[in-house]
Design a binder for this molecule. Structure first.
Ligand code: UGB
Length: 438
């Protein structure tokens, strides 16, 4: 029996090496066995995760496919029918028949323009993403109205390149009236990325679709009076500086003017940018002052009226929707053709920018006074100094160019326009009991 000493200090030194080697070998095998088991397990887990992920993505794709709000034979038929001009050839105007894709069709300006086009016999297909920047039920109600007029509105986003390609594949649109945008001057401080998403990325996606379309459409799109920013020349002319925006909203609209210029220059797209001046009227935007003031006054809630430096009232060149619609239609009629095909420019194409304003600014307190009179309710006013929120003290349009080239001539003053708005508001929101607008 080996003594403890023998065990610790064996007489044959090689013996311990062999035994140790065997032990290491055994350990190595054990270790290798457990590593390879672990490896197999890891492989198994990776395979399991991969198949789970691909199953998930398959489910996502199929869900998207099956729940997509566009596509299918019936959908294509609706698009084609809606895009078909209905005017008889003998009733055709100089500009000829149009098939117009109106983006932002369920929006304020978009719905009015779409109906006006359809009424005069042009083909119209609407596109709108029905986002919830303001009450989507108002957008749905506009959609129902459009439907009654034979305008089909596709539910989708201008950032969806596949959808745009599909639409241009189905219809040879002669024009695009691009009104989809993230609007609102002050909201840009709350949600800046929504402006980049819609007004920059969305615009580029749309431009890409237009330049690739064959034939290329002429594009008329909504810029904004806000591009004048800190400009102090009055009234604002298209020749004035527009490189000092006061809000991110204004900056994205200015970027839009530059982006569209690029597509005009490289690809021969016919471009008309319209600088709208504070558009108001029936079916308007609930986020705008005249609309939210009306709501609050009727509900007995206070309104906040901003005031400029040195207690100077803010003023806007408020422009009635029907005048804006005429400016939009005039722009489409005079747009001139895009010159590119197959994504290549064949010659110079028109690039135009117009102010569409009313040429008679009115102060915000005057606007409130008119509303009080029509609503027969005194407003509870909180007058506060204009915060640094992107607002500008006043706007005032010079419309000489639009008058000359589009035959644009606004005819509705703020009193008349607000009367129509209040009448609509009371009816739409069910305030008609005992209230009349005189
Ligand atoms: O021409 C444009 O390009 C822009 O017009 C519109 O912007 P704005 O001219 O700022 O209109 P709007 O919000 O109705 O405020 C009107 C006045 O009320 C003041 N105002 C506003 C809100 C308030 O609570 N209190 C207040 O005094 C406010 O200080 C301002 O003096 C569009 O919204 C915008 O999308 C864009 O199209």
């Amino acid at each position: 029996m080996p003594s403890l000493e023998d065990e610790l200090f064996p007489s044959t030194p090689g013996k311990v090496k062999i035994e140790r080697a065997h032990a290491i070998n055994r350990q190595f095998h054990r270790c290798f066995a457990s590593t390879s088991t672990m490896f197999l397990w890891a492989l198994f887990l990776i395979a399991l995760t991969a198949s789970y992920l691909s199953f998930q993505s398959f489910m996502d794709t199929s869900t998207k496919y099956f729940t997509a709000s566009w596509g299918g034979i019936q959908w294509e038929k609706q698009v084609r029918t809606s895009a078909q001009p209905t005017r008889r050839p003998d009733g055709a105007r100089a500009g000829g028949r149009m098939s117009v894709l109106v983006t932002g069709a369920a929006g304020f300006v978009g719905s009015h323009v779409s109906i006006a086009l359809k009424k005069r016999g042009d083909g119209v297909v609407g596109l709108d993403n029905f986002n919830n920047y303001y009450d989507p039920s108002l957008k749905k109600a506009r959609k129902a109205m459009l439907n009654d007029h034979g305008v089909f509105v596709v539910e989708g986003d201008v950032n969806d390149a596949r959808l745009l390609a599909k639409l241009f594949d189905i219809v040879a649109f002669t024009h695009v009236m691009h009104l989809a945008a993230q609007a609102g001057v002050r909201y840009a401080m709350e949600n800046p990325s929504s402006y980049v998403h819609s007004n920059v990325a969305g615009l580029v996606t749309l431009m890409e679709a237009c330049k690739s379309a064959n034939p290329q459409p002429a594009v008329v799109w909504a810029s904004s009076s806000s591009v004048y920013g800190l400009n102090e020349n009055v009234p604002f002319s298209e020749d004035d500086r527009t490189d000092q925006p006061a809000s991110l909203y204004a900056a994205t609209k200015k970027a839009g003017e530059e982006i569209t210029h690029t597509y005009n220059h490289i690809y021969g797209l016919s471009i008309t940018g319209l600088r709208f001046f504070t558009v108001y009227g029936p079916w308007g935007r609930p986020d705008m002052a005249y609309f939210s003031f009306t709501r609050n006054i009727l509900q007995g809630k206070p309104i906040t009226v901003y005031r400029g430096k040195d207690r100077v009232d803010l003023a806007r060149d408020f422009t009635y929707i029907d005048d804006i619609v005429k400016g939009c239609l005039g722009s489409l009629d005079t747009a001139g053709k895009s010159t590119g095909s197959g994504g290549k420019k064949r010659g110079p194409a028109p690039y135009r920018i117009f102010n569409l304003g009313n040429t008679s600014p009115v102060t915000v307190p005057t606007l409130v006074g008119i509303l009080e009179r029509y609503l027969k309710v005194k407003a509870k006013k909180n007058i506060v100094e204009m915060p640094g929120n992107g607002d500008v003290p006043f706007t005032h349009a010079n419309i000489t160019h639009a008058a000359q080239e589009l035959g644009y001539k606004p005819t509705t003053d703020l009193q008349t326009g607000l009367k129509k708005f209040v009448r609509w508001y009371l009816l739409y929101y069910g305030y008609h009991h005992g209230k009349s607008v005189n």
